[in-house]
Design a protein around this ligand. Sequence first.
Ligand SMILES: NC(=O)c1ccc[n+]([C@@H]2O[C@H](COP(=O)([O-])OP(=O)(O)OC[C@H]3O[C@@H](n4cnc5c(N)ncnc54)[C@H](OP(=O)(O)O)[C@@H]3O)[C@@H](O)[C@H]2O)c1
Length: 251
Amino acid sequence: MSTQKPAGTRPEHPVALVTGASGGLGQALAIELDALGCKVAVHYNSAKDAALAVQEKLTNDSVLVTGDVGSYEAVTAMHAQIAERLGPVDVLVNNGAIRRDQVMAMQKPEDWAAVIQTNLIGSFHTARVCVPHMLRKRWGRVINVVSPSGLIATAGQTAYSASKAGLIGFTRTLAAECGRRGVTVNALSPGFMITGMTQTLPDHVVESMEKKAPVPRFVTVEEVARSSALFLDQDCMTGQVISIDSGVTIT
Ligand SMILES: NC(=O)c1ccc[n+]([C@@H]2O[C@H](COP(=O)([O-])OP(=O)(O)OC[C@H]3O[C@@H](n4cnc5c(N)ncnc54)[C@H](OP(=O)(O)O)[C@@H]3O)[C@@H](O)[C@H]2O)c1
C-alpha cells in the first residue's frame, strides 16, 4: 500500500494568474478560467485599458495586476497583491511573452537577452513565487505557453525558439519536482493565431503558414483557451506539451 500523503483537492474557486492577459491569447485564457470558476488575476505589462476591458467581462472576483515578469521584485510584489485580494495563486499561466525576430548573424545582443529575460526567466520568476504555495496546499497547476518554434526550426527566431525550448525543459523538470505534491506542470503549444504578436508579419509569410499546416487554417485564441479545462481536471497529466497547432509540428 502507498505511504504517500494524498494530494489535496482542487479548491472550489482556484486563484488563477494569467500573465499577459491584456494580449490576444491571454484575454481568452482569463475569460475561460473565469468560466471554469477561477478567481482571475488579470495581468498586463503596458496595455492597462485592454486588461481592464478583460476584467469587465469576468463574473467571479478578480484583480488587475501589472509588472514586468523579467523582474523578480516586480513579480514578488504582484503576488503579494494577488494574495491579499484573492489568496495565493493556485493556477499559474505563464502566457506573457515577446518576440524580437532577426537572423542570428544580425541580431542585437540586447534583443536576444530581452526575449530570454521575459519568456524564460520571467516564467521562472512567477513559478518561483507561486509554486511554494501550491506545494504547501498539495494542489496546483502551472501552464507554460510555448510555441511550435520551441519544437521546430523557424529561421529568424533563435531567441524566441531558445526561450520556448528552454521553457519546455523547465516544464518537464519542474513537473518531476512537483508531482508528488499534487502540482502538475504542463506546456501549452498553440499554432499560429492572429494576435498582437503576429499582426505585423508580412502577408506572404502568413499565407504560406496557413497553407502549410495539415489543418490548413489558423487556430483561434478561443480554441486554444478551451484546453484550460483539461489542465485543471487532469491530476495525472504532467510534464506534457499539449499542442493545439493545426498539426504544424508534424510536417
Ligand atoms: N500568436 C501566435 O501565433 C502564437 C503562437 C504560438 C505561441 N504563442 C504564445 O502565446 C502567448 C501569448 O501571445 P499572443 O499571441 O497573445 O501575443 P500578444 O497579443 O502580443 O500578447 C503578449 C502579452 O505578453 C505581455 N508581455 C509583454 N512583455 C511582457 C513582460 N515583460 N512582462 C509581462 N508580460 C509581458 C503583453 O502585455 P502588454 O500588452 O500589457 O504589454 C501581452 O499581454 C505567448 O507566450 C506567445 O509566445 C503565440
